[in-house]
Design a protein around this ligand. Sequence first.
Ligand code: F6R
Length: 630
Amino acid sequence: MCGIVGYTGPENPKDIIMSGLKSLEYRGYDSAGVAILHQGQFKRVRAEGKLTHLAQKLDKESFDGHVGIGHTRWATHGEPNETNAHPHKVGPISIVHNGIIENYAELKSELQQQGAVFESETDSELVAHLIYQKNQNEGMSLFDSVLSILPELTGAYSILAVSEKRPEEMVAFKNGPPLILGASGGAVVVASDLQAIMPITKDVVYLEDDEVAFIEKGQVQFYSKNGEALDKATVHIDWSPEQVEKQGYAHFMLKEIFEQPRAVANALEPHIDLNSHTVRLKNVGFSVDGFDQLDQINIEEDFKKTDEVFKSVERIFIVACGTSYYAGMVGEYLIEQMAGIPVEVDVASEFRYRHTIIPENSLVIVISQSGETADTLAALRQVKKLNSVKVLSICNVKRSTIDREAHGHLYMNAGVEIGVASTKAFVSTLSLMNLVAMSLAKAKNNLDVVTENKYVEQLLAVPSQMEKVLAYDKFFKSAADTLKNFKGFLYMGRGINFPIALEGALKLKELAYMHAEGYAAGEMKHGPLALIDSQMAIVMLVPQDALYEKTVSNLEEAKARGGVVISIGSGEDEKLKKLSRHYLSLPEAGWTTNPLLEVLPLQLLAYHVANSLEYDVDQPRNLAKSVTVE
Ligand code: F6R
């Protein structure tokens, strides 16, 4: 939720921490701060609001030390103001924290009874007080202080701490949200995400839960929470910082919308045989015992194992949040129709608490772009306790916690997604859901080769079809000023198009802060019809598929109540043209690939309406990209 960066090394910490925070701003952007060593003390500078506010303050500051920590915040406890901004400082101790300390209230009141004075309303400040008690009052080193407070903390956290008593040291520890370390040429960077480390080094170490990193003089040593030394593997990361630049687009989101043809091609590429137009899910990893063995995978054995797992599956659960959940809903339609296996799709925050009954021979598919979403991760961990059930993850961020903990792994391959509203990760997931459905159908002998070839060909056509659909950018750019005046938007579709209606409404809500509802078109007369008048825009998804005529009838019902209809259909559809204020024509596609095309105009609509309202498209209010708290 928040972004952490720490640096020690020969360079100026201010510049490195600020550019690291800039690359992590997607994680939280309601306040930010740094504590950097200057004349033997950690000088703290904090500001409410976006990182630019902090940058302005820092323009006037200089620091002579070579150690510092920084933080960009997404508020959980306490308003987003300067006092609640991190770093939190108690005596010589400064800390930055990402996550939630669940038992903070009781620990805080114990400390207050002993005379501690708290400055902020956050749960995080407590950690600085706890370390202070050990470091200052009991004379422990910073490292020993951290080890001794770990048993007291309940919750999800990643924390970086420094002390003025030995200012050349930093201690990082975590239980939950990610912390990654990179060391090169006497410098060490610690951060919540790779982006902040890549300019310094591409060789990184992932801190695991209940591990502690001790950083001193350009070196890092790793320990368990009990203080035993650990030998940890370094991982080489294969991407460049240029991938996280806007490359001429006004916003990351627009760039990412336009990257979708490539994202789909990259998601499909490993798993499709271009000669036979058939599907085989490659390197899923069910055949090996644990994530660390993925490098030694035997491809043929793994194909066999995936097939074996899929053959035995009698029931599927798909668990995710937000946009990833809607991608899961599309998966439900694909898998049930192609493979004939019953599927249940759940929002992770409900799944984890609803005492779900998961029979033997179930497959649980967890979807998460970030691979860090707290509810999805908790659902995964719950399922893993059932020995008879396999978990397959679909993630964009490789080596993220969800990816590492699942039994089987598929990758969106969408490239880094910076815009807080997910776009390209969604279409990558839809592509993978198609492949999973086909593979399950093959394992169940439910898919003949002719149909398989047809589905694959339709998928392979998607990237170039998407290029055509992206031309609607111009339409929505010019229509945005009119569209923003509607009092609300109703998005509707039937069958596999229904989740796309939900996704379209979510995009408009989160970006343009407008009232938007997604509905199954057949449900309209059971309530939402009452919303419709001339101030309501109706966005109807009406591709040529088995439910076309029924959806057209729903469209007529909406139009008869005075709704302004924008319909999205396939090819030159004269009927839809007549019935609609605007008709948007998509290339003719199959029922399995229509959703991949339909979502593009909906993303562009939300983007341009939000932009014409002058909202921050990449960082919508109150949201953050990686939701690592409940
Ligand atoms: C909406 C959006 C969110 C995420 C959700 C899950 O545009 O991006 O709804 O889809 O927070 O995130 P991941 O996929 O990282 O688990």
